[in-house]
Design a protein around this ligand. Structure first.
Ligand SMILES: [Zn+2]
Length: 71
């Protein structure tokens, strides 16, 4: 049924271009992955819909700093 498929995932190491992603704040190396749209009501309000893009966010599992990657 997939009802529980949106449970919080386990943090995991991320590799970007062959390099281990490391949190610039706390040097942690495991992250939660979030796919999101860089689409906000504010952007739409400002008619910046052209700026709407898909993005992948890696949320540091320790300090919650977010690293964004345009996908
Ligand atoms: Zn961190």
């Amino acid at each position: 049924m997939g009802f529980f498929s949106k449970r919080r995932q386990q943090p995991q190491p991320i590799e970007i271009k062959g390099r281990q992603l490391e949190c610039p704040i706390c040097r942690n190396d495991t992250f939660f992955i979030k796919k999101t749209l860089l689409n906000t009501r504010l952007l739409s309000f400002l008619e910046l819909d052209w700026a709407n893009r898909n993005a992948t966010c890696f949320v540091c599992s320790d300090c919650t700093h977010i690293s964004w990657f345009d996908t």
